[in-house]
Design a protein around this ligand. Sequence first.
Ligand code: SAM
Length: 345
Amino acid sequence: MSMKTLRDVFVETLRERGVESLGTLSKRFRKSKDRIRDMALAVFYDLGAIAELPEPTNVAWDLGGRVTEGSKYAYVPSCMVPRFRIILDSDGLRARLPKWPYFIVDLMHWDKHTQTEKGKLCLQIVQAYSLVKSRFTGKELAVTWANAEFRDMIYMPLDRITAYPGPTSEFLREKGIDEVVLLDPWAEETLSESDLNLGAFIIGGIVDTSGSKRKTTPRIGEVLEEAGITVRRRKITLRGDVMGVPDRINRIIGILLRMMEGVPMDEAVYEFQEPRHAKWRLRRELPKRAFYVNVNGERRKAVSLSLLKEYEGWLKIRKKDFLKVAREMGLVVIDPEGDTGNILK
Ligand SMILES: C[S@@+](CC[C@H](N)C(=O)[O-])C[C@H]1O[C@@H](n2cnc3c(N)ncnc32)[C@H](O)[C@@H]1O
């Protein structure tokens, strides 16, 4: 069963209190893609509350987000709250929240990065925040070893996430967590559904633009174990292989969140994959499917273009990527549906 989101809890609580639709007295949600979720977040952060109005609003949305006729219940901004009877406020909502897990970005290796890499790391954390916030509150994203330079560099209000200056093990101890999943591309075991109910998931705060930080993730696990934490090292794979799995922190967190919704790993990976990752994987796949052909009396290795259809089901690959990778690998591409000699240049 997938984990309840902030929106789910908000809707459930409102229904219990007899609310089936909401208007708004604030302009805050004009551009919202998901109004109900954004109202839930605004209530959580105490920017406003849900109130009963003396007169119905002109426009309202049902709790599924569809436009409906006016409602006598609405989101009202904080400054107007004292004028109305409140149905649900921040404290009321917080009291209903389940225990969501922490997604911890461990910055133990911060000093091994160049300034450009540190900038990228911060950007990925901001992007991870927006993913976590779309299901929970954003506070579930924790950054440990959050030093002064990081606080200075990151381009977002830090009180929206959980920034912790000390070691990860200390943070875990404060939260009463003694077992974690470490997302680790070097792990033996693949992440499975039975790992998804733990209280914390650790992601290495590591950006690789050069090969200098090889095998730095397992080190994070060792440090945790030395501090007495039980660590389940788990890798995310695509059809059994880490090749083709995007390795950016935000994408790893995105995959994890989708798996928590019950999406199978391969599908979640596909969703966050870029053609760049798919090409890496293709380089590993094509040689397995190559055969010999005779081209102008020369024996050459070839692959069939019909493979593209097969790969398209699980790799974000386009025809031009397929042709490019084959060419780079010195493979001739045969088009079984073509009419002249079938060889693609
Ligand atoms: C860019 S990777 C860093 C990898 C690092 N250079 C190493 O060799 O360990 C950033 C983080 O994303 C996570 N990650 C990347 N690929 C992963 C995979 N296939 N499975 C699990 N976690 C992964 C890990 O937590 C890792 O620390």
